[in-house]
Design a protein around this ligand. Sequence first.
Ligand SMILES: [Mn+2]
Length: 357
Amino acid sequence: MLVQVVELIEAKRRFAITSHIRPDGDGLGSSLGLYWLLQALGKEPEVIMRDPVPHSYRKLPGAETVRVTPAVDREYDAVFVIECSDITRPGLLDLDKQVVVNIDHHATTSPFGAINWIDSTASAVGEMIYNLCKAIGVKPSKEIAECVYTALVTDTGSFHYSNTTERTFKVASELLRAGVKPAKVSQAVFNNYPWSKLELLSQVLPTARHDETGRVACLRQTLEMQERTGALDEDSDGFVNYPMSVGEIEACAFLKETAPGVYRTSLRSKGDVNVARIAEKFGGGGHRNAAGCTLTGDWDETERNIVALLVEAVEHRSNGNGNNHSASDQTPTVGGNNTPTGQLPPTLIRGTLNAER
Ligand SMILES: [Mn+2]
């Protein structure tokens, strides 16, 4: 909890900070926010990540100091692990040999640290880093504020998602007072993509389909699309959200081929439709409205099966049976012969996108 984190910081000196593989705005913003906080206290912090800083976050203060490494290969008094569901998520070897401080805002996080500070009421870990500043008596510098604001604005979908609270705006307001220019942050994070992202999007969008009810969508990215456009791995970030902008669409799956027959899958939903439960069935996880997992098998079959599960999740919600497990709610094998019992694979309908071509 927070008190233990404050005590540890006061008692120790050399710290590493890390977050999950393919770090996002909250993972990086919170890590660097904590980095600047520890700097302000005269400590020796270092941010270490398995993966490099994505293009969108290169302008964060301190981004250039992030050290990319496959292992915890230096001596630290403690390692802060930001926004990770378990100790394997940072992808760092020898992390389990360290004094680990687990800081997260997901209620589902396992207490894998020597200290576990979990606040599921926080919209982002960034909000917790702000609270840590308050608790430890450090006035947020412009650097801290920019990092923390980036965490808030990305994790709340620019204050669009349901995790946005009165407190989120209160903290954001304080960060503006500390010198954050929201337009500057948005420009750096959301309007700073390489051209390859647009080229990749132009390949992926024509694959958009929806089911017969018009409430579930899917889209896919093949290995060939990525090669043809010379796109980066991170260029597909956010693609899953395009179908979600359609009024009737309540859930969407984006299947990205990372090796032949292997698809890194992003799931999104609106309101009470729970996609985290689906991701968990395949060893993934996330939030109710945003989750991910890895699927394997034949393209079309895998797509049909995940869409069938999304249709089921949408219907569950519609029936108000969110917590009841029906007979058809059994663990399916995507890519195998099983579709959920009682469900015919839905017919996928091409969106109007293709008709325009
Ligand atoms: Mn987060």
